[in-house]
Write a protein that binds this ligand. Sequence first.
Ligand code: CAA
Length: 257
Amino acid sequence: APQYNYILASRPADGVGLITLNRPKALNALSSPLFEELNHALAQFDEDDGVRALVLTGSEKAFAAGADIKEMKDKEYSDVFKAKFLENWSLVTQIRKPIIAAVSGYALGGGCELAMMCDIILASPTAVFGQPEINLGIIPGGGGTQRLTRAVGKSLAMELVLTGRNFTAAEAASWGLVSRVSENVLDDALAVAGNIASKSAIAVQAAKEAVNIALETSLTEGVRYERRVFHGLFATKDQKEGMAAFAEKRKPTWAHS
Ligand code: CAA
């Protein structure tokens, strides 16, 4: 396994990859070097046939306290423009395997945006979310204005982005931004990942793609897309196996293809 400076990558269970943000002195502030390591680890897991679901977590105190303010503070427009600053953050959304965010502590600014780029968010009761960029004289730059608005609607997103106020795990759950609040958030996230990893990997990846299309297209196009992918799965071994196993009253053994 590659050695990282700002993250840890491990395989805690069959089919499950775990990435832990590990820059404790800066509350996991998402510096450029950290994000490069994160993208590298995600790409490695995405390529690895032995991994079928991913969990992304931080520490008890912080999932991530945002982009690295000290790295950004002296940059000029031409610096960030030429470097395509934060453009590589979107690589998280290109990963085909499901990513579950297990959020404890601060998930602020880029930390909240990183969680929202994941497929499922589970939150500890200690989780503190927010898009506080307005307090720094900027706006979210990792997709926050777009993903938060799609998740919670315009009025709430406006309130949160324009005031920069923090919000709790309970609020996030009541709005549907996180799927649930959990006392043992990492264990629960690993259990969800293990459950997903026990399914057909090809069906899981097709399902992730189809759900994501819902946020990108019209209902008619989205349903058409879903049906095409659904039809396509009849060309897989796992459709034959899954349906044969049902008919024969046994458990399926997935080929993941
Ligand atoms: N960038 C760089 N360093 C950070 C950081 C960040 N986003 N967040 C925390 N740190 C550092 C602190 O500077 C401090 O370092 P030193 O010990 O060297 O002083 C260390 O982490 C511990 O932080 P605090 O002493 O501040 O810890 P606290 O418990 O008193 O406060 C906090 C915690 C409320 C989260 C506070 O650290 C904070 O407000 N952090 C910044 C949150 C923020 O504004 N995030 C948005 C960043 S902008 C962004 O993300 C843009 C985007 O859309 C991509």
